[in-house]
Design a protein around this ligand. Structure first.
Ligand code: NAP
Length: 239
């Protein structure tokens, strides 16, 4: 039986845990070749094993997305190996805990901007030559409820996530006639390590598993979603 993502090559950040790991596995199940990024090599190995057991292929790249000086090396390592990139899913994220603005330290503030705003923009910029080689490509920036809700105590994490809506629209505006599309996707609350740290007062069992939102990512990566360009979308509306 043919699988929806056969012959597609998709890069997923945050593929060593949480939502990114589930998206990577779901892509593998649909025959994709996944380029899996994360820092933890053992956890990336778990992702790779799962993808291969499900029938997909996986190239693991241990990579700290906040080491911006290494982005050029990443591109050089991939440019002759990867014929085209049909999708780029930005799922990497990290959060120690929610903190009111009056207490946030400058290093924590900068860290949140680096991983949630600078990294997805700079990685998209760096991968653009590979995305251009695909017939069409889908770039997904993962947002959260702050994209439309004013919530307190999220400091730069909240700013970065809200800014991503503008980021997707701007990338699209700068590439109006190209066959690649930029959208944000809000998964909603799901049970991951990041969620447990952000909401220590909520029982994790009260929120859905991360795998429950993977179908929304796959839908937005698939050709059927070519009409979505520069939009801010909710996973719940796509499933
Ligand atoms: N969970 C929720 O309820 C929820 C709701 C809305 C939005 N989101 C968003 O969804 C995305 C995924 O979150 P999650 O809940 O799945 O979190 P998670 O389970 O904690 O996973 C985060 C992933 O990001 C990777 N990562 C963190 N810092 C990195 C760095 N410097 N370089 C490379 N990789 C890095 C981690 O891998 P390594 O540790 O191996 O590097 C891990 O694979 C985030 O953008 C988050 O803001 C989550």
């Amino acid at each position: 039986m043919s699988k929806c993502f056969e012959h597609k090559i998709i890069m997923v950040t945050g593929a060593s845990d949480g939502i990114g790991q589930q998206v990577a596995a779901a892509l593998g199940e649909q025959g994709a070749s996944v380029i899996a990024l994360g820092r933890n090599e053992d956890a990336l190995g778990v992702t790779q094993k799962r993808i291969e057991e499900l029938g997909g292929r996986c190239l693991c790249i241990p990579f700290d997305l906040t080491n911006f000086d290494d982005y050029g090396k990443l591109f050089l390592a991939l440019k002759n190996q990867v014929p085209h990139l049909d999708g780029l899913v930005h799922c990497a994220g990290s959060l120690d805990r929610c903190t009111p603005m009056q207490y946030i330290k400058v290093d924590k503030f900068r860290d949140a901007l680096d991983i949630h705003l600078t990294a997805p923009n700079m990685l998209t910029q760096m991968m653009l030559p590979l995305l251009r080689r695909a017939e069409s490509a889908s770039i997904i920036f993962t947002t959260c409820d702050m994209v439309h809700d004013d919530q307190n105590n999220w400091h730069a994490y909240g700013f970065a996530k809200r800014a991503l809506a503008y980021v997707a629209a701007m990338w699209q505006g700068e590439h109006p006639d190209k066959p690649y599309r930029f959208n944000t996707l809000n998964p909603g609350r799901v049970r991951t390590e990041l969620f447990k740290r952000a909401y220590p007062g909520i029982l994790p069992s009260k929120v859905p598993l991360a795998e429950s939102v993977a179908p929304a990512y796959l839908k937005l990566l698939a050709d059927e979603s070519k009409g979505f360009r520069g939009q801010s979308l909710n996973a719940a509306d796509l499933m």
